[in-house]
Ligand binder design. Structure first.
Ligand code: G4P
Length: 539
């Protein structure tokens, strides 16, 4: 075991690897930018977005990406804050939302759930939250856009708790809302941080309110706040302080309790308070569970370098037609040029080319530590879920497959090319770009393709054309969900109610359904069956 006090041990223990989960437009790009700004990586606004061709839009992968002006890559941003090395994994949102978004969360040790104060818990946040729940990773909550009119904070907290079945523990609390937003009360520091809006000349010197039980009783606030704002603050804090006890750190680490902070990413207000909290409470790299039972969990301070591939990125550099395998380092230290054992291929490989990502620039990296993400240039050795180790053989837990939301068959005009299409689809599904479902009666000739996000379909058509010279057309199917039926945890292929059973690429039985109503009906017909939303992808 690596000594925690040794230089390598200290490097590992200062890693904090997390991702932001949110619904489109909640402000993820804005918050990311402000986090990088506070972390000293970027120095001007607009560097992250890249949408308007700004500095960070350096990813040179597909022409499609340029045409669409979006970033398909889910990259990793690294910055130092208060002696910690923070890895922020970018979870693609908007149209580039796809399975990669889910898989990225498998590589994170904690998450920040970003919520729009006016919109509350939205659909996609809920889905991403459920993925975090699979591993019970700790979740921070950042309630954004407090400079705008929004929901009443108490109702919002209640909504988060009841929708997600997770408790919240507000660390900061907004003083006034929308037009009357005065700033944030920090409950543990007993400080009030006044906010100066973009066109406001309010004195922003922090106010210590330690001498009063309720900040609303502080003379400075009584001088500066309207009576109705004071009354509301008094009532809310009485209730929050009265009902919530001490912060239960273990419950947070178990994913049962989320520390919540408020702020306005756009105005860089509350972001530093969040970062302070994050750096104080976010856990270092967690031990990783293995499939090969006897090994149990691999702790980050294990002597061997170990890691697994959670994402493949094809064609990042068209000149070389290369692929990048994104590896989450689970334990030990990586050194460029080192030899590792590739578990699936059961042979030694040398890790000669590796990149790390600072903001969205690729940089060659010579060493990296547990918690970091490596981008390995790949010439066909890697697949999602592959494990590598410098020592003892190890297989980490499978990366689950998640239910697609869009389904189609593919048609090629030239019947002679059907075989080529099958081959292309199989390869792309092995890479994790799509999922295939086989109808037992038809077999592999004409599989159903499932994806999580619309853009995955566009990328599929583009890549079939670009890499396989195939002109394929999508024939949409009305399915909306895939569920893997299980009884007592075991996959099952006998169901009541005349439901057709398909197979995924790993031969797991799966049902495809058109709407929520069908699912409820299937559950009613098969009361002792679990209809799982994800499944470990056995290879
Ligand atoms: P996303 O990545 O989650 O999709 O969201 P993004 O950061 O692009 O933000 C979505 C919109 O919300 C942007 O407005 C952004 O400026 C705004 N926004 C983000 N944080 C805050 C905040 O704290 N307060 C307020 N009032 N707005 C916020 P936009 O009109 O789409 O773009 P822009 O012209 O403002 O850049």
């Amino acid at each position: 075991m690596i000594d925690p006090q040794s230089p390598i041990g200290r490097e590992i223990l200062r890693r904090r690897t997390f991702a932001i989960i949110s619904h489109p437009d909640a402000g993820k790009t804005t918050l990311t930018e402000k986090l990088l700004y506070n972390g000293g990586v970027i120095h001007e606004a607009g560097e992250v977005k890249g949408k308007a061709g700004t500095k960070a839009a350096t990813s040179d992968w597909m022409a499609l990406e340029q045409q669409r002006g979006i970033s398909i890559t889910s990259s990793v941003m690294q910055f130092d804050y208060k002696n910690l090395r923070v890895n922020l994994l970018d979870t693609p949102g908007h149209k580039d939302f796809g399975e990669d978004t889910y898989r990225t969360l498998v590589a994170a040790d904690s998450a920040c759930m970003l919520i729009d104060v006016a919109k509350g818990v939205e659909d996609r946040t809920k889905k991403l939250y459920e993925v975090c729940r699979l591993r019970n990773i700790p979740i921070f909550t950042f309630i954004n856009k407090c400079d705008r009119e929004g929901k009443v904070p108490l109702e919002l907290i209640d909504e988060i708790e009841s929708t997600l079945k997770m408790n919240c523990w507000p660390v900061t609390w907004p003083v006034g809302l929308g037009g009357l937003f005065f700033g944030l009360y920090h409950r543990t520091r007993k400080m009030v941080y006044p906010y100066a809006g973009p066109h406001d000349d309010q004195d922003t010197t922090p106010i210590s309110v330690a001498e009063v039980k309720n900040p609303a009783d502080h003379p400075e606030l009584q001088k500066r706040l309207r009576p109705e704002v004071l009354d509301m603050l008094r009532e809310e804090i009485e209730l929050v302080d009265g009902t919530l006890g001490e912060f239960d750190h273990q419950a947070f680490l178990d994913g049962r309790l989320s520390p919540a902070t408020f702020g306005s990413a756009k105005n860089d207000f509350g972001v530093d308070l969040f970062l302070d909290l994050f750096t104080e409470w976010a856990p270092p790299p967690a031990p990783r569970k293995t499939r090969s039972g006897d090994l149990g969990e691999v702790p980050p301070l294990h002597d061997d370098f170990t890691g697994f591939v959670f994402k493949m990125q094809a064609n990042m550099d068209r000149k070389h037609r290369d692929r990048v395998a994104f590896v989450r380092i689970c334990s030990g230290k990586f050194e460029r040029g080192m030899k590792v054992h590739h578990m699936r291929l059961d042979r030694e490989i040398r890790l000669a080319f590796s990149n790390q990502f600072v903001a969205q620039e690729r940089e060659t990296v010579d060493d990296a530590y547990a918690g970091d993400i490596l981008g390995l240039n790949d010439t066909g050795n890697f697949q999602i879920g592959d494990c590598i180790t410098s020592g003892k053989k190890v297989l980490f837990e499978d990366i689950p497959k998640f239910s697609p939301e869009l389904f189609a068959r593919l048609a090629v005009s030239d019947a002679m090319k059907r075989q080529k299409l099958q081959k292309g689809l199989k390869q792309l599904s092995e890479e994790g770009a799509i999922q295939l479902f086989i109808e037992p009666a038809i077999g592999h000739q004409d599989p159903i393709v499932g994806v999580v996000g619309e853009l995955q379909f566009e990328v599929l058509i583009y890549r079939l054309q670009d890499e396989y010279n195939l002109d394929a057309r999508l024939v949409r199917l009305p399915y909306r969900v895939a569920r893997w039926p299980k009884k007592d945890g075991v996959p099952i292929d006998q169901l009541n109610g005349g439901l057709s059973i398909y197979r995924d690429l790993n031969e797991n039985p799966v049902v495809l359904l058109e709407q929520e109503w069908d699912l409820n009906w299937a559950k009613k017909e098969n009361p002792d069956i679990e209809f799982a939303t994800s499944i470990a992808s056995q290879r």
